[in-house]
Design a protein around this ligand. Structure first.
Ligand code: ZN
Length: 319
């Protein structure tokens, strides 16, 4: 394995995914030859928590990667690995390094620490110094054939007909294909979140089951159920926050296609109950990130919506 790789090519063709796969191969408990994708180190690479993998991306709002950031990562690459025998760094996008940053990186590329691999990801390799480029083994990524995207989607559990259609629409880009798949998933998330918003007691167990099973027809193995459930709860939370705006005499801002539904929910339930529901959902999103039981969290949240809706109905009947 060379000390430095440069993955170049247009956006959305899988450069970052490939960089992570290389990092997994390097850091896998079984070593590069027997790389498994599922051991502890491989999973920590996927989660971005492996202590011997440094991922350098520009800080939010910043348009460049600075000398200080490169020096910091270089210094850490010269220290011994914490978990295994190798280290890896991914700089993405590397074409956002300032010239100073590139010169700092060049020192590391000229005298690379042992058992270390640095992967640069760039759309515009012209922005890199020739001296940096020449120190890297270059791998060019291209747009993919429709069949390649189609096969990939099929391997992720998308059914044949949808996979074909999405592959054609995505024009050879994995990223675009995944966004299109997400589009179909997004529709089902909104439908399910809407059902939770309207839930009554008799719906609790069926809705809990749908949420806990990571209800997602198009994509079966790409994300785990926990992540899918968190994404669903984020949609549900956006409904509740919009309802709170309505209850506070403001307007629906996020889900403008559901103004009538959200408004009637807001009026029936009222601001106090909405605040409690919002807290319930946001707590749920947090604890799901901390290994809480998905089914228990889902049941608690659906139960809270059912209770709020039923108490609203009772008040309407009583008045
Ligand atoms: Zn592994």
């Amino acid at each position: 394995m060379p000390h430095a790789l440069l993955f170049s090519g247009p956006a959305g063709v899988g450069k970052a995914t490939a960089a992570r796969e290389v990092a997994k191969a390097l850091l896998c408990a079984g070593g590069p030859a027997a790389y498994c994708g599922s051991c502890g180190p491989c999973r920590r690479v996927d989660a971005g928590t492996h202590s011997d993998l440094y991922i350098l991306a520009p800080q939010a709002q910043k348009a460049s990667i600075t000398v200080e950031e490169i020096r910091d990562i270089s210094r850490r690459l010269y220290e011994s690995p914490m978990e295994g025998s190798r280290k890896a760094a991914i700089i993405d996008p590397a074409d956002l390094m300032t010239v100073g940053a590139q010169n700092a990186l060049l020192k590391t590329l000229e005298e690379p620490p042992d058992d270390t691999t640095i992967i640069l990801i760039a759309e515009n390799t012209d922005a890199l110094l020739p001296t940096v480029r020449s120190r890297c083994r270059r791998v060019d990524f291209r747009r993919l054939a429709v069949e390649e995207v189609e096969d990939f989607l099929a391997s992720q559990g998308v059914d044949k007909e949808n996979a074909r259609q999405i592959a054609v629409l995505s024009d050879g880009s994995f990223g675009a294909a995944l966004e299109l798949v997400d589009g179909t998933v997004a529709v089902s998330r909104r439908e399910l979140a809407g059902a939770v918003m309207r839930a009554t007691r008799k719906d609790v167990s069926a809705l809990t089951e749908r949420i806990a099973s990571g209800d997602k027809p198009a994509r079966k193995s790409l994300k785990d159920k926990r992540q899918e459930t968190r994404a669903l709860l984020a949609v549900l939370e956006s409904f509740v926050v919009d309802a709170m705006r309505v209850a506070a005499r403001s307007d629906v801002r996020t889900n403008t296609d559901m103004v009538a539904e959200i408004s009637s929910f807001a009026e029936a339930v009222g601001l106090d109950a909405l605040s409690a529901l919002e807290k319930e959902v946001s707590d749920g999103i947090i604890v799901l990130g901390q290994y809480a039981d998905v089914r228990l969290v889902a049941m608690r949240i659906v139960g809270a919506f059912a209770a709020a809706n039923e108490s609203a109905n009772t008040q309407i009947e009583a008045s």
